[in-house]
Design a protein around this ligand. Structure first.
Ligand code: SF4
Length: 274
């Protein structure tokens, strides 16, 4: 029996992203690792962990040239794979080609008007955001492929008074997750004007209670995620800043994980809620 049972491991395997969200807390540094190195990291994790699912994230995970290779590798190990993406690089044909490989596709949607996406920085270099018609097309392709659809929404100053009912009704996600924007020192501390209070976050969630969102307030996510950054290092976000372990490229999970503050009960609560 492996040392750790039933864990979801988030691989933020790239720092590359075509968007510039002002509140982004997923900017970790450069992306020096390639597919073979990530295969080694996966191996160093699975040696010690019975992985329930690898969740691929970034940056923008589909912007990495080896995204498909990593999905294929993990799928080949018989371990479920999910992806969290900004949706801009997704296509119906890519979704269809991965219908038997992905258990879930998560798309982050924090605004439904182009001008609000511009205010948040959720646009590519050409100033384009994910339109609602394109999101609808992608959602239909995901449902048709039999893949679960998750929408992640970060509640922030721009969207906190808006009504997302029409969006949720149009897209019909299997899970709609609401997250309160968090502040990470040295990462997104230049975007304090986008922060919302606990009361504003709760009011947004209460207004949308009939959509049955999964609600994650700031305290719910501290030490409740297992995150590997683009350098292959586990992250600890205690105290509102990131602390890194040595890289899983050279060390086994079992060796470095005990130095990470991990709250198993908070983790179980999160996945139970999901
Ligand atoms: S799409 Fe995600 S990774 Fe890219 S800038 Fe926005 S929050 Fe960060």
């Amino acid at each position: 029996m492996k040392e750790y049972q039933d864990l979801v491991v988030n691989l933020h395997y790239t720092d590359i992203c075509n968007y510039r969200c002002r509140f982004c807390h997923s900017r970790f540094g450069r992306t020096p690792l390639g597919l073979e190195e990530w295969k080694r990291i996966v191996s160093n994790i699975t040696r010690d962990v019975d992985v329930r699912r690898f969740n691929l994230a970034g940056g923008e995970p589909l912007a990495a040239p080896f995204a498909q290779g990593l999905i294929d590798h993990i799928h080949g190990l018989g371990i479920p794979v999910s992806v969290i993406t900004n949706g801009s690089l997704l296509t119906p044909s890519w979704i269809d080609a991965n219908r038997n490989k992905l258990s879930m596709i998560g798309i982050s949607v924090d605004a439904f008007r182009h001008e609000d996406n511009c205010r948040l920085g959720r646009v590519n270099g050409a100033g384009q955001s994910l339109s609602m018609s394109r999101l609808g097309e992608l959602a239909r392709a995901i449902h048709a492929a039999g893949i679960r659809l998750k929408i992640n929404t970060v509640v922030n100053r721009v969207n906190c008074r808006q009504d997302f009912h029409a969006l949720v009704a149009a897209v019909r996600p299997d899970r709609w997750k609401l997250l309160r924007m968090i502040r990470i020192e040295g990462t997104n501390d230049h975007a304090d004007d986008l922060l919302v209070s606990g009361a504003e976050f709760e009011a947004f969630a209460a207004r949308h209670a009939d959509c049955r969102p999964v609600v994650e307030n700031t305290a719910d996510i501290v030490n409740a995620y297992i995150v590997v950054n683009p350098m292959g290092r586990l992250l600890d976000n205690t105290g509102g800043r990131y602390r890194e372990t040595p890289s899983l490229l050279d060390h086994s999970f079992g060796k470095v994980f005990p130095s990470v503050a991990f709250d198993r009960r908070a983790y179980e609560r999160r996945y139970k809620a999901a």
